[in-house]
Write a protein that binds this ligand. Structure first.
Ligand SMILES: Nc1nc2c(ncn2[C@@H]2O[C@H](COP(=O)(O)OP(=O)(O)OP(=O)(O)O)[C@@H](O)[C@H]2O)c(=O)[nH]1
Ligand SMILES: [Mg+2]
Length: 428
């Protein structure tokens, strides 16, 4: 149990009794009593003195035996002595207000608590120490130096010469390149946290459910030689290179007396709309059926992997597709599955992800701020190339500068803070 705030020490003196006086950061064994001095439990108390604590305030941590009844009694005694319940994320919020962490680190704490996979937890942990704010601050001060030069040229056109345009262009380009790297890493972080949907589509009996089962390593979906086995959409998540991939197995598009069933087309469309990429499973041993052609047409404008299955039975379809078939083989073959995973990673997120061991953009507002800064920078460079006057360039650079302020916390408004801390649970 944690208590934070200026009254912490007097609370500790009232509710925790020990033969040893509480010393900062020393675990001390003693008795937890209620407001009337009645014993509630025996346990450990650790006192931290401002500013050397998580919140930057005096903080008391009580380690008790953990029975819900005893815990409730201790809380009741704390409340009786004037403490109150923390709001969601209030400890981290106070830490932020007391300068113990920046907005970015506070978001990282929320991400770490919410992490659902090891790679997501590791990515969030890379952000815990801060560091991104410093990196962004460096870029910002480079922008501010340029702005000062421009301002001098604008204010004293007779005494100060316009900055060298080629040099200016080069500086802006390096700043933009740095921001683009931050953007790429930030997007990789989002992928790892949030994952992607991948639709498995194709004609009936092509082996879609067999593929889902094979990638999952268990018999989740019913597989049979009767076309139309899968009726409802089945979803399961696997990890590909640390990215959670939500596989969506669909019922195939069926033909009834020469006509393609419209409900099947609709189902496939719906699954595709929820997915970032598709695996088109075709029976590569057979010539392409009208159903196969329909699925190819439906996925033509999407990120997709065309997979010719059942190579053990023949290659009529695979030959017809030629180069377009990215992976040919069988779901029963492990090399085929490895090739499919790699092709899937390429189709869904362009293959290799940047290394996320170091601080990277994580929250949506951070990515948006960088995107805004990049847009303003690109407009500034455009203005520069057109040979427009320095004040127009300065206007755009100011916008880029302001946008980056959201990342260093300077421009973090109340609304943003509320959004960040709303994701926390009580007392974190
Ligand atoms: N020989 C061979 N048979 C396969 C292969 N992949 C799948 N099958 C078989 O093909 C049949 C259909 O497989 P499913 O996975 O049910 O096909 P589906 O695409 O999900 O079919 P629907 O749900 O009916 O749309 C099953 O009998 C599988 O065992 C393969 O690579 N080689
Ligand atoms: Mg199926």
């Amino acid at each position: 149990m944690r208590v934070s705030g200026p009254e912490t020490r007097s609370l500790a003196a009232r509710l925790f009794h020990s033969t040893h006086a509480l010393e900062p950061k020393i675990a001390t064994y003693g008795t937890v009593v209620d407001e009337n001095g009645a014993t509630l439990d025996r346990g450990i108390a650790i006192l931290s003195i401002a500013p050397h604590s998580y919140t930057g305030e005096d903080t008391l941590e009580l380690q008790i035996h953990g029975s819900p009844i005893v815990a409730r009694e201790v809380v009741r005694a704390l409340l009786a002595c004037g403490a109150r319940y923390a709001n969601a994320g209030e400890f981290s919020r106070r830490a932020l207000l007391n300068g113990k962490m920046d907005v970015h680190e506070a978001s990282a704490v929320a991400d770490l608590i919410a992490a659902e996979s090891r790679s997501a937890a590791r990515a969030a942990a890379a952000n815990l120490g801060g560091g991104l704010a410093r990196e962004v601050q460096t870029l910002r001060s480079r922008l501010s130096t340029i702005l000062e030069e421009l301002a001098a040229a604008i204010d004293f056109p007779d005494e100060v010469r316009d900055p060298d345009r080629a040099q200016l262009e080069a500086s802006l380009e390096t700043i933009a390149a740095e921001l683009q790297r931050l953007q790429r890493e930030g997007e990789a972080g989002r992928l790892i946290r949030e994952g992607v949907g991948v639709a498995i589509v194709g004609p009936p009996n092509a082996g879609k459910s067999s593929l889902l089962n094979a990638l999952l390593g268990e018999d989740r979906a019913i597989v049979s030689e009767i076309p139309g086995t899968t009726r409802d959409t089945i979803e399961e998540t696997i990890a590909v290179d640390g990215v959670p991939v939500r596989l969506i197995d669909t019922a195939g598009i069926r033909a009834h007396s020469d006509r393609l069933e419209s409900a099947g087309i609709e189902r496939t469309r719906r699954a595709l709309s929820e997915a970032r990429a598709a695996i088109v499973v075709l029976d590569g041993s057979q010539p392409l059926s009208p159903e196969a052609r329909e699925v190819l047409a439906l996925t033509d404008d999407r990120s997709r992997v065309i997979f010719c299955n059942k190579s053990d039975l023949g290659d009529a379809g695979a030959r017809e597709l030629g180069e377009r078939a990215e992976v040919c083989g069988s779901v029963f073959d492990s090399a085929t599955l490895a090739a499919l995973r790699a092709a899937l990673a390429r189709a869904a997120w362009g293959g290799k992800l940047p290394d996320l061991e170091r601080p990277h953009l994580a929250a949506l507002f951070e990515l948006e701020a960088v995107a805004r800064a990049l847009e303003a920078l690109s407009r500034a460079r455009e203005t520069l190339r057109r040979g427009e006057p320095p004040d127009l360039i300065a206007g755009e650079l100011q916008r880029a500068y302001a946008a980056l302020g959201h990342l260093t916390g300077e421009a973090a408004g109340e609304e943003l803070l509320t959004k960040i801390f709303a994701r926390f649970c009580i007392g974190k």
